[in-house]
Design a protein around this ligand. Structure first.
Ligand SMILES: *Cc1c(COP(=O)(O)O)cnc(C)c1O
Length: 430
């Protein structure tokens, strides 16, 4: 399989080239040239396959001959070194917890897969690769952990000083080795601006390969398909049409779910649940796409005003809104509604939602009200302890900190503080 640029100007490339460069030379996102449905027998017998065999079956057509079978299997089994449990919440509703990875972020799967693919693809090259990312919180920790110790790759993470949580900061700044944390006196937007400037800086890119590790990169985006396959494996015996609600920000996770449906996974319908950053709900109801400046909410990993992966979803439906609406509904919820839901679900079902999962739950409830014959699943994308300041107040109870997280909290922070692009430039050039 090859990957084409959605800006249509660059040539088609293999998996390896798309992973190393991230974005196509014409600045377009890479998208699979063509994809085929998997054999119907596979879906009928999916419960007989191990998660690792499912993952290999799903991902290997995208990877093609760029990574030998034995190595891809090893990469997959290292990526999937933790569980994705499904928890019953109430009649016809359950959640899949995606946060049991090393940094308690659902981005762990994508970051680990991408790190290992890039490590392998770069292993016979002399050029060092620098992964440069800006983070508003969760991405940084997952990327740092995923790439830790991968040979030939240096990771530089920019985060806004004083604007990430204590736990998040420790996850970025305490690993050392090939991970450098840069603390920027400014906002997340300033960090992102600096990253963009570096990618256009000839002097920087002339002596190293610079790449990004956000969900634009196909190696971070595609492995998210696996959640949907694992969910189907566990929910197949419900014998009801399955609908999945995804708390969405940049829409990478949801897009991976929709791509799974396109290769034959029997999911009936998807719900894009958002906070008040409602560009997509508005697009689906009005047909008008208007990007907005992002607004701050308590589900801050979804504070996105111009979701970068939505263009991939449109591509899957040939930009036909009516076709898209048959498979996708989208709703937006404000912080008050989110908080009330965290309280209600805890009081009634004794389940602790995080603010992102709560938005996912709300979207699912809304859809099931009109479609009561479906079975619903929502994705829980973060551990509630990461948002303990909000959640503990709402449920009036302390959330115990998991052991693994405690270990990073006591480690010593190490970072480089900067305020101007020139400082980042000097760091990257030497
Ligand atoms: C990144 C993130 C999201 C949004 O995922 P997208 O793929 O960008 O839509 C949702 N919840 C949490 C906790 C996240 O970290």
């Amino acid at each position: 399989m090859k990957f084409k640029s959605l800006n249509k100007k660059s040539k088609k490339v293999k998996f390896s080239e798309a992973v190393i460069s991230g974005l196509a030379p014409d600045k377009g996102l890479y998208f699979p040239d063509k994809y085929e449905k998997l054999n119907i027998d596979f879906y009928n017998n999916i419960e007989k396959y191990s998660d690792i065999d499912i993952a290999y079956k799903v991902l290997s057509p995208f990877v093609g001959d760029c990574i030998p079978k034995s190595i891809l299997k090893k990469i997959i089994s290292e990526t999937l070194s933790f569980q994705f449990p499904i928890i019953h919440i109430e009649k016809n509703i359950c959640t899949m917890e995606l946060f049991h990875g090393p940094t308690f972020a659902f981005k762990d799967v994508g970051a680990r897969f991408m790190a290992r693919c890039l490590g392998f693809l770069n292993s016979n090259k002399n050029n060092n690769v620098t992964v440069l990312v800006a983070t508003s919180g969760d991405t940084g920790g997952a990327v740092a952990d995923g790439f830790l110790g991968v040979k030939g790759i240096n990771v530089v993470i920019l985060y806004p000083k004083g604007k990430v949580s204590d736990i998040q900061e420790k996850q970025i700044t305490t690993l050392g080795k090939n991970i450098t944390a840069i603390e920027v006196k400014g906002t997340f937007d300033d960090c992102q601006e600096m990253v963009k400037s570096a990618f256009l800086d000839q002097e920087i890119i002339s002596n190293q390969t610079l790449t990004s590790a956000n969900s634009i990169n196909i190696a971070r985006w595609l492995p998210q398909m696996l959640y949907y396959f694992f969910a189907f494996k566990l929910l197949k015996n419900k014998n009801k049409p399955i609908v999945i609600s995804v708390p969405s920000g940049n829409f990478g996770n949801l897009c991976a779910g929709i791509l799974s449906k396109k290769i034959g996974l029997p999911i009936d319908h998807f719900i894009a649940s958002t906070n008040i950053n409602d560009v997509i709900p508005i697009y689906l109801s009005s047909g008008k796409y208007t990007s907005k400046k992002s607004k701050e909410t308590i589900s801050n990993a979804m504070d996105v005003g111009d979701p970068s992966n939505f263009i991939r979803i449109l591509k899957i439906y040939d930009n036909n809104l009516d076709k898209l609406k048959k498979d996708l509904s989208s709703y937006s919820f404000n912080d008050l509604k989110t908080i009330n839901t965290i309280k209600e679900v805890y009081d009634i079902n004794k389940y602790i939602l995080d603010p992102h999962g709560a938005v996912g739950y709300l979207g699912l409830k809304k859809y099931l009200k009109y479609n009561p014959n479906n079975f619903g699943l929502f994705m829980e994308t973060a551990h509630p302890v990461k948002f303990s300041k909000i959640v503990e107040k709402v449920i009036d109870k302390k959330i115990p900190i998991p052991e693994r997280l405690k270990r990073s909290i006591v480690k010593k922070k190490k970072s480089i503080e900067i305020s101007k692009y020139e400082e980042l430039r000097n760091f990257l050039i030497v």
